[in-house]
Design a protein around this ligand. Structure first.
Ligand SMILES: CC(C)(COP(=O)(O)OP(=O)(O)OC[C@H]1O[C@@H](n2cnc3c(N)ncnc32)[C@H](O)[C@@H]1OP(=O)(O)O)[C@@H](O)C(=O)NCCC(=O)NCCS
Length: 182
């Protein structure tokens, strides 16, 4: 139905836009598909590239969307950081499946998991602010997030030139992080 996509150096498999999709937790066999999807978008400056090592170590964070032809067409993760905060990361939808509600589905799965685990607040670093605000996140300043959320920043290639914006959603007001009074 569609031709091979070859932009940058990453080639994604062609997928059918109308194939049925299943949402589930990731398995070891999904790593290559997740890696390729994230690499595709990182080559376009929209995401941080994630190594195979990172994906193996963090695979239990991930959800995937698998279509009926066996293609991984979406990924997303919930990464626990501290007792009061978790990061939604690794959200990537195949370019031929954009705008079909799949990103929303993954983000809501991560949010559901956070709620089930009693995590009171979730956040993301992103360039896709409207996507997140449409899901009830609010733009926040760095000072309003706990220091733990910067743990990966020092190793980031964009450390000196970060364009990402923090967005956050409070799930439990009483337990969520509050900036210490000065
Ligand atoms: C951002 C991304 C995950 C969104 O997934 P998607 O499946 O295309 O989005 P959805 O169809 O679920 O859209 C959900 C809502 O967000 C909006 N939206 C999605 N992408 C948007 C964008 N780039 N700009 C503005 N709004 C956007 C949609 O209009 C929709 O709002 P609505 O329900 O009010 O109409 C996807 O575009 C993607 O993979 N982008 C490249 C990688 C990336 O930037 N990842 C985010 C890293 S934090």
């Amino acid at each position: 139905m569609s031709s091979i996509i070859e932009l940058g150096t990453t080639i994604l498999p062609p997928v059918r836009w109308d194939a049925n999709v299943e949402l589930r937790k990731a398995k070891m066999a999904d790593v290559e598909g997740i890696y390729t999807l994230i690499k595709y978008w990182s080559e376009r400056g929209l995401m941080l590239v994630r190594s195979h090592n990172h994906l193996y170590e963090n695979l239990r964070d991930f959800f995937v969307l698998e279509d009926e032809d066996g293609h991984i067409v979406g990924s997303g993760a919930l990464h626990l950081l501290w007792h009061d905060i978790a990061e939604v990361r690794g959200l990537a939808i195949h370019p031929e499946r954009q705008g079909q509600g799949l990103g929303r589905w993954l983000a809501l799965a991560a949010e559901r998991e956070a709620k089930d685990m009693g995590v009171p607040q979730i956040f993301a670093w992103t360039l896709q602010v409207k996507f997140f605000t449409s899901l009830g996140y609010a733009v926040t300043t760095r000072e309003n997030l706990p220091p733990k959320v910067y743990q990966e920043c020092s190793a980031c290639p964009f450390y000196d030139n970060c364009r990402e914006i923090g967005v956050t959603k409070v799930l439990d007001t009483d337990q969520a992080f509050k900036k210490p009074a000065v």
